[in-house]
Design a protein around this ligand. Sequence first.
Ligand code: NAD
Ligand code: MG
Length: 329
Amino acid sequence: MQLYYDKDANLELVKNKKVAIIGYGSQGHAHALNLKESGIDVVVGLNAGNEDIEKAKAAGLTVMLNEKAAEWADIVMMLVPDTIQLMVFENDIKPNLKAGNVLAFAHGFNIHYNQIIPPTDVDVIMIAPKSPGHLVRRQYQEGRGVPMLIAIYQNASGKAKDIALAYAKGIGGTKAGVIETTFKEETETDLFGEQAVLCGGVTELIRAGFNTLVNAGYQPEIAYFECLHELKLIVDLIYEGGLSWMYYSVSDTAEYGGLAKGPKVIGEESKKAMQKLLEDIQTAAFATEWINENQARGPKFKALRRLLQEDLIEDVGKKLRGMMSWIKK
Ligand code: NAD
Ligand code: MG
């Protein structure tokens, strides 16, 4: 695996182009401001009436309507929510793409699952920061960067990879390190990670642990501390030095108990379930479910959200966090 750094990227490849950032949310504001401060000619594209128009203007950026921005630009970076990218692309972007333009993404979903079908005479690239937008911005301001992935889906110009690297440099990525991947790999591993481990796996592990203690008659507040609150301390150690470093830092009892009993919780059944999640991602069964869910205006999504909000652990957590003044900044 190769890591690309500042010396591997030539900013001029983006400096000689005009860049439109479509959307001004988590990623959009970071890309637009970082590129601007890297000396790149950038505008923000938004739809009429969007409340982020004022925000972007207040930050000193030029704002255009999506279609004007796409017409003006050589590079169009799609940073509207994945669920509306197809609509924005079809209505505002596609009619204004010219041969030789570059269409860029920060996540591969719409390309990989054949929602957006770009014209064949443009480059299609991805620059995907592996962190939330506010960190992409803050790290850049501190003279650093966050790690990023780049990928090439279409290379009409023959220079797509160098352009992707140059863009990554413009938003700070080559300070931390950039890895090349494919749209398929980024999309499938991103979905799998958030479902099986980062978002889905972790929340269900917390809820199951909490409920086991509460159902056995222990105080919910104590269960909250043991199964949720302390998780941050453990994750910080893992992030710092890996799994062994975390085990080195806890007591021998915790280390032995964790090593011996963890596999009893995440056993064969869980591993089979993970395999099934991965298959559903690979066969586009999940993508189809999610696209249909959005077309139906999210009935299941909204119900799942509400059920979590009504869960006891959320109530207990709210009260406890209210009492723990040091948590709030
Ligand atoms: P977001 O929801 O934070 O922001 C979306 C922006 O699009 C907002 O400014 C919104 O006003 C604007 N918008 C809405 N409708 C619009 C329209 N019709 N025309 C123009 N603008 C419109 O989105 P985000 O989280 O920044 O995600 C953008 C992309 O970045 C997605 O592809 C996502 O997968 C990817 N990504 C996000 C993160 C992250 O941490 N949030 C990390 C990596 C990649
Ligand atoms: Mg992700």
